[in-house]
Design a binder for this molecule. Sequence first.
Ligand SMILES: [Zn+2]
Length: 79
Amino acid sequence: MTETNTVPDTAVDPVCGKTFDPRKTAFSAKDEKGTHYFCSDNCQRQYESAGKKAKKGFWAKYTDRLKDTHCTRTPPECR
Ligand SMILES: [Zn+2]
């Protein structure tokens, strides 16, 4: 197997916090933090239409979720 681009095995959607396989999604965006992958085009659009401040909010929530990984509840805002 030869992989020309370095797509990780798992990615976390910064908008909804879902973990998924980025090779199975067509939704990604690049910015100064690198490449981000999204589970749906809805999440991608939310991220892209968000301003700098809102993006910070996404990442803050994302970091909160990482602290919360022992808890498997689904965030209510993401179905
Ligand atoms: Zn998502």
